[in-house]
Ligand binder design. Structure first.
Ligand code: SER
Length: 581
């Protein structure tokens, strides 16, 4: 069965059992505590915690999806038979716990039956064995799942496993978590069924913090692994998802390297189509690492083969992910290669004269010449026996902490310059730009409320030197007229050259003064209020917000604002992207 047929079968199976099919979300999650979407359940987190209503958003308590995911934790393992940085996850989800007279959500019995029926009856595979949770701390052993499996087929072996195998979550700093039952076919785990029952903080796995408001089912089955067992292949790279890509890799590369190139090329393609660009920070840094590793492996081969590989990836996936654009991917890849090649030569010379390469040296090569860890490790060979990924990461963190310290001093103790979560600036030039965009964000927030009404609240904000991105609550698409009105209002405020003033006060006082607070954040007892315009006591200011800064002192410094995009993030939340000249 081809991957296309497998996708279709999975979605039809669940659709015919009352599930609403939901499209994959972006690889860039709205949760700022995680870099990437790593699981199908991530976009559904609010439906387990009771923050969002699945009936309102999907018209159903049960949904299914095929989610694109990136996981970089196993990056050093890629090249073996099963590890990947990019994969797709088939999943069915239910919000609300066991069904009742009023609710059609489901729990363990149905979740296990569905999985069993799909694997055994629908696609004709044989289950080797399943695993269930042994119990730990306040979470009891999952005897219920064991009974359900036995009742379905008394021949299925049930293994009882501990928390490292059979307890899942949370993704990010906190979120839903719970015991799992997992299905093994031909010796590999193909399907993970999670019973989200608790709310956990990260690091407290199997130490549940509190019961979930809306317990539910979260299942995940890797498409690549499923394709492997269904297509009776020895490893994922022989499936129809990979074989056409591997075939295009240069013949002179060994099989491990071909696999790495194929895997990374998929991640690169999908990251670019979701808007990531190579840089030295966050998602951009991961993309750069993946790109430079591929460039390095391909350095002695015909580089245009990468163009064919990217075109093939778009051919395989384009119909499911229409945003994939081969020209865009190839353009970005080639640009990064040019940048890399320039510095690489210099870096290699430097490396050549080093006697030994430890973490500090490797980091210097990275920082000055852009040589990624993998490249240094490989080229330095025996000189770098001491160098490990951990020691390099440690060095990286040390450096980040140092530059944060440095910028704190320089910019009067805001301490928010390099990466505040909201603002991201790598150098002073970028800092000046994000500062202008930051004040522009306050003007935009205030203008949205003036044009659309007070139901508008900030739901997220992300500012880079290129653009601002502002998420806010609003139930529908904005009309072109409204967008124009908001844009004009912001530019009007810029023209007025309002003064931006900062005042320190207690949180209570600040809220009383009418300052807007981003409801999701936890504020310290003393906060800074930034007021734009209306500094005389009797005047109503244009904007007043709780904020850490930094801001320009006069709005005239911002320049001209242009709203480049208005789109939905999720039901009830809109996103605006804007740039300044
Ligand atoms: N969230 C679980 C996983 O990612 C099941 O979907 O494995």
């Amino acid at each position: 069965m081809t991957h296309a047929e497998t996708r279709d079968k999975f979605l039809k199976f669940f659709e015919s059992r009352g599930h609403k099919i939901v499209p994959s979300s972006s690889l860039l999650p709205t949760d700022p505590s995680v870099l990437f979407t790593t699981a199908g359940m991530q976009q559904f987190k609010p439906y387990y915690t009771g923050e969002a209503d699945p009936m309102k958003d999907f018209g159903s308590l049960n949904v299914a999806s095929i989610q694109k995911c990136i996981r970089t934790s196993d990056i050093d393992e890629v090249g073996d038979e099963s590890h990947l940085t990019f994969f797709e996850m088939l999943g069915n989800f239910s919000f609300g716990g066991p069904s009742t007279m009023l609710r059609t959500s489901y729990w363990k019995k149905e979740a296990i039956e569905y999985a069993h029926d799909f694997i055994v009856k629908e696609v004709g595979l044989k289950i080797d064995y399943v695993s269930v949770f042994a119990g730990e701390n306040e979470v009891p052993a999952d005897e219920e799942s064991e009974k359900i499996w036995k009742s379905l087929n008394s021949n299925i072996g049930v293994r009882i496993m501990g928390r490292s195998d059979n307890f899942w979550g949370p993704t990010g700093d906190e979120g839903p978590c719970g015991p799992t039952t997992e299905i093994y076919v031909n010796g590999v785990e193909v399907w993970n069924l999670v019973f989200n029952q608790y709310y956990c903080l990260n690091g407290s796995t199997a130490k549940a913090v509190e019961p979930l408001k809306s317990p539910g089912i979260d299942t995940g089955m890797g498409l690549e692994r499923l394709a492997m067992v269904m297509q009776k292949k020895n490893n994922i790279f022989e499936t129809d998802l990979f074989e056409p890509i591997i075939k295009l890799a240069p013949l002179e590369l060994d099989i491990r390297t071909k696999r790495i190139v194929a895997d990374h090329a998929r991640s690169i393609s999908f990251l670019i189509s979701d808007g990531v660009r190579p840089s030295n920070k966050d998602q951009g840094y991961v993309l750069r690492r993946l790109m430079r590793r591929v460039i390095n492996y391909m350095s002695k081969s015909d580089q245009t083969l990468m163009h064919d590989i990217f075109a093939k990836i778009v051919e395989i996936y384009g119909q499911y992910y229409p945003k994939l654009n081969a020209n865009e991917i190839i353009y970005e890849f080639d640009r990064e290669r040019e940048r890399f090649e320039k510095t690489l030569q210099q870096g290699l010379k430097e490396l050549d004269i080093m006697d030994s390469v430890g973490a500090a040296e490797a980091f210097r090569l990275y920082e000055s010449f852009g040589l990624p860890y993998e490249v240094v490790k490989e080229i330095a060979g025996k000189k770098a026996t001491e160098l490990t990924r951990e020691s390099f990461d440690e060095e990286f963190k040390k450096h980040q902490a140092k530059s944060r310290e440095g910028s704190k001093k320089k910019f009067g103790g805001h301490g928010l310059i390099l990466d505040t979560g909201e603002l991201k600036a790598g150098n002073e030039e970028e800092l000046a730009k994000v500062t202008r965009l930051h004040t522009a964000t306050h003007l935009l927030h205030a203008s949205l409320r003036k044009v659309l009404g007070e139901e508008v609240h900030q739901a997220g904000s992300d500012i880079t030197a290129e653009r601002l991105r502002f998420d806010f609550t609003f139930p529908r698409k904005m009309t072109p007229e409204e967008i124009k009105q908001v844009e004009d209002m912001v530019n009007g405020a810029i023209k007025e050259d309002y003064t931006v003033t900062k005042k320190e006060m207690s949180y209570e006082e600040a809220i009383k003064s009418g300052a807007l607070a981003f409801f999701k954040l936890k504020y310290p007892p003393t906060v800074n209020i930034f007021t734009i315009g209306g500094t005389e006591p009797a005047e109503v200011p244009f904007s007043r917000e709780l904020c850490g800064g930094p801001h320009v002192t006069n709005t005239g410094a911002i320049g001209q604002l242009k709203i480049t995009k208005e789109e939905a993030v999720s039901a009830g939340t809109r996103r605006i992207r804007a740039t300044i000249d």
